[in-house]
Ligand binder design. Structure first.
Ligand code: ATP
Ligand code: MG
Length: 656
């Protein structure tokens, strides 16, 4: 398959100048250096990962075997004999060296309520909570559900579990009681850690009440531990319900870390559910921690005095890896942001960059599109000169949105890192390195060290070895932070990732590799559209739509059509000031112009909102079902952010 039909002009952006001469020199400083290191990491993976593991992690007992097993049998292990504790790595060693260094900057929902937590305080809190968990009879191998808003205590809860080898299962604190119940049941959690209420965007979330409903059907839960966030009156039934502040007070602020084997589970976490029922992904201690720590350092070019701001929620893998484990393992200062990009105004992100002098800023394309929709005037007036690296994750970023981020936020002086990865991969696997890799808007560029991506022919499964190819994205060899299984469902793990293309890890995404070897994520394999012999990707057509001045967001799907096998339908939202002046024909014309007549959508629906997961990804499968008039088969909706938009979408399609 060729990339001939891709005539979107691609501009190569050179590695940007540093902001000021005083900013640190990037660890990887040129393309040549990247290529040399990358080559070494692929030809000698044992040497490469072995050295990195020794350099970046503290081991209670050293490992002997770097890697064993493979994708054929699904029996991969890393650092097998090694023993370590994730919290010793993330807290103790930094608390010893520099107890006053700020570990967490808590930027609360209300802008005037920041809190600063040092490594010393973090260690004591983690230990008190770990001792509390112990006193409740919890032990290594048990699972605990964490259903907490974005407060520092959430990080304390992660780490207290990890200190004892308890597997944490974090559930995004915006999920419904049913979604929470299903996740508690699936993981057989013995304890739920929650808050009285949450605050987000000026609104109150009745967290504890949601937990009360969920646990009614969860016989494995022995207690609910409640952190006091707002102090409002809530239903409380002692001794089943316990107050965080009362319990922690009873315990000593030191707890010996449980020594864990490298392959002992660290946590389980459910995927976003974009393509179906969420999967309970299980990550192990050493491999995951190393992947998180190493990518944090190199992808974001983290240096010791940096302030790292990842805007994701701790309920997603991005929050696990780049708010908690990656930064803390490096002894960094990490920002925990409780609010939304538009509260109290669409300037909130830039306000906090200015206020905390954030050096690396990381968010999702959906947030960039949202802020672009609001206009650049909300960015102006803030001092963003502390920024060096700005990143995105979660979906392909449309080149138009990329350029906006680059110019309006980065002032053409910051490196953009479009990081491609998954809950399963644990850490970024394809991404630019700030000082080394020139970028192309819309491409995640090149693989991280030790990662060998391959493009496979979707039908034959053959590796397409040259450049200028299109196919499905897989990875050839194991790397440390890849998930080892789906919790209690190893069959599904093998079926989903390792069976389809024998000997490879299959990502489920379709991809192009261009003439320079750069990777372009085209969208989900299930979403690829086949029109009269052309294989078209959702990302490409959506990006073409977004180049129209009126379009804020677009979702493209292939709908069954007898003539050409698939017909392209598109759903778009508009920027407010164009709402009355744009019609569907203009948008169709735009796609014809940018890609070609064969890619022109047969139908375009202008809507107010697109169905998204709680983590902000467009759920195309729902739009497909609605367009095919199969709205009784929408599938798993547990992660849908706003179910109330569905009837409107159905009506729109029915009346068209
Ligand atoms: P589910 O697996 O339950 O369907 P999900 O795949 O959305 O949900 P995540 O693990 O949160 O769950 O998301 C990983 C997916 O997000 C990737 O497979 C890819 O499709 C998309 N993705 C993440 N980062 C990028 C990126 N930088 N560019 C393009 N796509 C990305
Ligand atoms: Mg997925």
């Amino acid at each position: 398959m060729s990339t001939d039909h891709l005539n979107i002009e691609v501009m190569l952006h050179p590695v940007p100048e540093r902001l000021t001469p005083s900013t640190p020199t990037p660890y990887v400083n040129s393309m040549e250096q990247y290529q040399k290191l990358y080559k070494e990491s692929i030809t000698h993976p044992t040497l490469f990962w072995g050295k990195l593991a020794k350099d970046m992690l503290h081991w209670h007992k050293p490992f002997e075997t770097v890697v064993s097993g493979g994708f054929l049998e699904g029996d991969v292990t890393w650092f097998a004999e090694g023993e370590l504790n994730a919290t010793y790595n993330c807290v103790d060693r930094h608390a010893k060296e520099n107890p006053d260094k700020i570990a967490i900057i808590y930027e609360a929902d209300e802008p005037d309520q920041s809190r600063y937590i040092s490594y010393g305080v973090l260690l004591r809190d983690v230990c008190r909570l770990a001792n509390t968990l112990k006193s409740l009879g919890l032990k290594k191998g048990d699972t605990v559900a964490i259903y907490l808003p974005m407060v520092p205590e959430a990080v304390v809860a992660f780490l207290a579990c990890a200190r004892l080898g308890i597997i944490h299962s974090v559930v995004f604190a915006g999920f419904s009681a049913e979604a929470l119940r299903d996740r508690i049941q699936d993981a057989s959690s013995r304890l739920v850690i929650t808050a009285d209420e949450g605050r987000r965007g000026g609104k109150t979330i009745h967290t504890k009440k949601i937990v009360d409903t969920a646990v009614k059907e969860c016989p494995t839960v022995e207690h609910v531990l409640v952190f006091r966030r707002t102090g409002s009156e809530i239903p409380f039934k002692a001794p089943y319900d316990l107050w965080w502040h009362e319990e922690l007070e009873k315990h000593r602020p030191y707890c010996v870390p449980e020594v864990m084997n490298s392959e002992d589970p660290l946590f389980l976490l459910y995927t976003s559910g974009s393509t179906g029922k969420p999967k309970g992904i299980l990550h192990t201690t050493a491999g995951y921690l190393l992947g998180a720590a190493a990518t944090f350092k190199y992808v974001f070019d983290y240096h010791p005095n940096d302030i790292f701001g990842c805007m994701a929620d701790i309920g997603w893998i991005t929050g696990h890896t780049y708010i908690v484990y990656g930064p803390l393992c490096n002894g960094a200062t990490t920002v925990l942001f409780e609010s939304t990009p538009v509260y109290p105004t669409p300037s909130r992100y830039w306000q906090i960059v200015d206020k905390h002098k954030i050096t690396q800023f990381y968010t999702a394309p959906t947030a960039i599109r949202l802020l672009r929709r609001h206009g650049r005037e909300h960015v102006e007036g803030y001092d963003l000169s502390s920024l060096r690296v700005i990143g995105t994750v979660g979906e392909p970023i449309n080149p138009e949105a990329w350029e906006w981020y680059y110019e309006v936020v980065g002032k053409k002086k910051c490196a953009i890192v479009d990081t491609y990865w998954q809950t399963e991969t644990g850490a970024a696997i394809i991404s630019p390195l700030p000082g080394a890799i020139p970028t192309k808007p819309g491409s995640a560029t090149l693989p991280f060290f030790g990662i060998e991506p391959v493009v496979l022919d979707p039908i034959t499964g053959q590796e397409l070895k040259s450049n200028n190819v299109e196919g499905v994205l897989a990875v050839k060899k194991p790397w440390p932070s890849l998930a080892r299984t789906i919790y209690n469902n190893h069959h599904r793990y093998l079926d989903t990732y390792l069976s389809q293309y024998k000997g490879y890890y299959f990502t489920g995404d379709s991809v192009g590799r261009d003439k320079d070897g750069y990777y372009w994520i085209r969208g989900r394999v299930d979403d690829v559209i086949n029109v009269a012999g052309h294989r078209l990707s959702t990302a490409e057509i959506e990006s073409a739509l977004i180049t129209h001045e009126s379009v804020a967001e677009a979702a493209v799907i292939g709908v069954k059509d007898d003539l050409t096998t698939n017909a392209i339908h598109a759903f778009t939202t508009l920027k407010p000031r164009f709402a009355d002046t744009t019609d569907e024909k203009d948008l169709i014309l735009q796609v014809r112009k940018v890609i070609g007549p064969f890619a022109a959508p047969k139908k375009i629906y202008i809507v107010n909102d697109l169905p998204k997961t709680r983590s902000g990804k467009i759920m195309r499968r729902i739009l497909r079902k609605i367009s095919e008039k199969e709205e009784d088969q929408l599938g798993d909706l547990s992660t849908l952010s706003d179910p109330s938009i569905i009837p409107t979408l159905i009506e729109k399609v029915r009346n068209s």
